[in-house]
Design a binder for this molecule. Sequence first.
Ligand SMILES: *Cc1c(COP(=O)(O)O)cnc(C)c1O
Length: 394
Amino acid sequence: MNSQWKPRTKAVHSGTRRSQYNEVSEAVFLTQGFVYESAEQAEARFQSLGDDEFIYARYGNPTVRMFEDRISALLGYEDCFACTSGMAAVSGALTALLKAGDHVVAARALFGSCLYVLEDILARFGVEITLVDGTDNAAWDAALRSDTRLVFFESISNPTLEVVDMCHVVKAAHAVGALVVVDDAMATPVYSYAQKCGADIAIISTTKHVDGQGRLLGGAICGSRELVRGPIETYMKHTGGAMNPFTAWTHLKALETIDLRVRAQSDAALEIAHALSDHPKLSAVRYPSHPGHPQHELAMSHSTSAGTVLALEVKGGKAACFKFLNALEIITISNNFADAKSIATHPATTTHQRLPQEQKDVLGISEGLVRLSVGLEDVSDIIADLRQALDMAG
Ligand SMILES: *Cc1c(COP(=O)(O)O)cnc(C)c1O
């Protein structure tokens, strides 16, 4: 698609394919299969599939292909494979690219399911994993070896908002011949800089900012055409993780507004961080766009915003924190993020409940930590809701 377009134009137009009816809005092709004009044509398609040819929806579908082209254009990558969920994308990409005997270096601050894929599944198949403090460049340098096949990390970690110095890690990984796979969910497709730093693969849970309204699960594996249409597509199409056409259609429509939504939500997140940064009931407000964040300069050197999620540390431990959460009136208690509705999550007792205490301590997942996903409500209402609930927090 037209590579000169600005991101907002790409998010509206890239990948569009029109049927014989020339519809304006993208069509949803709810079909598993495709009819061949002759037995010879069927034979030819099974021999080699052209760019706009399809044989079975587990391999590809026109609506899904439109979404793949649009999201890869937005992220700056050549191609993308769309998956049933963010975790289908993570487990698919890692399994497709690794084999027994390979060494992987990963940041320890990972989404729980990603840790399970690495430490339980891949380790079971003979992949060796080294976990490092993702914010420590020297730790990355020390862990990388000549047999390191792949490095994996979240560009901005969930829920503690640690920033990995991605350009440094990519350079160091490439120096030993390792591939870099980034879990880019928190960075948002609008502010992602994975491609600029040279990450080989960027994975996004499209459940988050792409859907943006808490409806559907999806994921995307973006990278060079060689990797995406090579080992990744081969693995995904045979193991059944392809996105369904209805999800792809909903995502296509959602991409038309992603820039407006994510910018508004991120601006509101910064406003909230400023408003609460020295609130007496909070011991910390963590948001990389805010100058008080220890990695503010690093985060802002690649992007104008760190996205729509911040973390608050409520004083007084779990009891005070639960009082605060239960007093919220607009902000809902849930565990997703990047919804149009603002959401508060208590990671220590929900998303990260199963982590052993030492690991929670190392990662900074305290009893007072609240992950706040900022929605599309009026920011003054969100701030007022947070203030009145903090007043109730003991
Ligand atoms: C949500 C999330 C995932 C998993 O995505 P699903 O769509 O829920 O499968 C993976 N990594 C990160 C960082 C996430 O936030």
